[in-house]
Write a new protein. Structure first.
Length: 103
């Protein structure tokens, strides 16, 4: 098993994909991992996004899990998405079929 080191280059690669997500759309952690060629590194994406404020301003609120759930403990994420027109299903998840980013 190969371990990848979290480098500045990798961090900015992830954040550059996040920066492309348009307002009113969401992407999943796994989707971003696939876009950078690291299919099985969805958790890595979450780790990088938790540190994103140290690298600039990125629309991290547009990244949810594959079921459309927002990040635990970040109530403002839902507010920010709703301000962009993203609607939530009764179970509190984003409707991924309707709002997932088509890259």
């Amino acid at each position: 098993m190969t371990r990848h080191v979290l480098t500045e280059e990798l961090i900015y690669e992830i954040l550059s994909v996040v920066a492309e997500i348009p307002a009113g759309s969401v992407a999943s952690y796994g989707q971003i991992a696939r876009l950078i060629g690291r299919d099985r590194n969805a958790r890595l994406i979450g780790k990088v996004l938790s540190m994103a404020q140290y690298y600039g301003k990125y629309p991290c609120h547009r990244v949810v899990n594959s079921a459309g759930r927002t990040a635990p403990g970040w109530a403002r994420q839902r507010v920010l998405l709703e301000q962009e027109g993203v609607q939530f299903k009764p179970n509190g998840c984003v409707d991924m079929k309707r709002y997932q980013w088509e890259y």
